[in-house]
Write a protein that binds this ligand. Structure first.
Ligand SMILES: [Zn+2]
Ligand SMILES: [Zn+2]
Ligand SMILES: [Zn+2]
Length: 341
């Protein structure tokens, strides 16, 4: 079983997952992203028996042999669902056994299809799947954080399976990146009794220099201090800390936003662009009910899209300072022009 260890100096968690290195179809392993695609895609229609037992599927009511979206445990999971949580200290060190969930959501029955090509009603089903999996996993008291993300293309750390899919990882600890956002949002709320994300949205809309797209329910923007060229945040205009509170109207709108956004991104950066997509949602508060009184008001869920056009090198690793050669004002202008042409 894998193991989570906390760095005693920075408080960031890492996962020691030694058994994964021997598995086929491994996610995130560098050697596999360059490997040839498997002869038979395990995520395709007709290969359902190549995946672990299905957790859920959305199927057409009139033909249950077909599916639109399906989910199952990862072929080589980072964390395992079975077992009791075991948190220990070894002197100054903290560790938690590798309990968690690691699932795959196959986004479409069509191999190689991406968000720019999908029908918006197909994209809607992907967001419903995100919502349903978060709701289900948040019922489990062992899980502190549910992370949904997508690696697309060889520069993103994606596996050699080209079939469109997202990953869900339920963690027994809140990741440091999330903790930093939560703490920053809480601090701002403590000072001003306002959500920092709501403040960012209203200021960005007002000055209109980094807004890429604005719809009835969402703002798409290049952040003020982006770490990467063309880094983009997608935020709901209506304040909510919790992705699972998303409404049907918001999902319909978000699917439209996604299609338009990715079409424009491919146009600007090329069809073969790699990217990471990350959903930043509030943590699971089940285990610590009441400890974070203002989270509903101070945190604001959002999606981050990070095109992988640059490599992270020594300076960035060593300092946490990112060097970005494209000003966000330029990126936003370029994207906006294509979206509204
Ligand atoms: Zn496939
Ligand atoms: Zn807000
Ligand atoms: Zn974020």
């Amino acid at each position: 079983m894998s193991e989570l260890r906390k760095d005693p100096i920075t408080n960031s968690w890492i996962i020691i997952a030694s058994e994964r290195s021997k598995r086929p179809f491994d996610h995130n392993q560098l050697e596999n992203s360059a490997a040839a695609e498997p002869v038979k895609c395990p995520f395709c229609v007709g290969s359902e028996n190549m995946t672990p037992n299905e957790i859920f599927s959305y199927r057409p009511p009139d033909d249950k042999t077909k599916w639109w979206v399906r989910g199952f445990p990862a072929l080589s999971p980072i964390l395992k669902i079975e077992g009791e949580l075991d948190q220990r200290g070894f002197g100054i060190y903290d560790t938690v056994n590798g309990i968690g969930a690691h699932e795959i959501i196959v986004e479409s029955p069509k191999h190689g299809e991406d968000f720019s090509e999908m029908d918006t009603n197909q994209i809607e089903k992907v967001f419903w799947a995100y919502r349903d999996r978060i709701i289900d996993l948040k019922r489990d008291k062992r899980f502190r954080y549910i992370m949904i993300f997508k690696n697309h293309g060889p520069q993103s750390g994606a596996s050699n399976i080209k079939h469109p899919h997202s990953q869900v990882i339920a963690l027994p600890a809140t990741p440091k990146k999330i903790k930093e956002e939560l703490d920053g949002a809480k601090f701002h709320y403590g000072l001003k009794e306002r959500c920092i994300f709501c403040d960012v949205i209203s200021q960005e809309i007002q000055i209109d220099e980094r807004i890429i797209m604005k719809t009835e329910h969402f703002a798409v923007l290049a952040p003020w201090a982006p770490r990467f060229p063309y880094e983009t945040w997608i935020l709901p205009l209506k304040h909510s800390h919790d992705f699972t509170s998303i409404s049907k109207e918001q999902i319909i709108d978000l699917s439209f936003v996604y299609k338009k956004f990715f079409k424009a991104l491919y146009k600007v950066l090329g069809e073969d662009i790699s990217y990471n997509m990350i959903l930043h949602d509030a943590p699971n508060l089940l285990r610590r009910e009441g400890y974070w009184k203002t989270i509903e008001d101070d945190f604001h869920w959002h999606i981050e899209v990070i095109p992988r056009v640059t490599r992270i090198a020594g300076f960035e690793w060593g300092t946490g300072f990112y060097i970005n050669s494209i000003p966000p004002e330029h990126a936003a202008k370029e994207m906006k022009k294509i979206i509204y042409q």
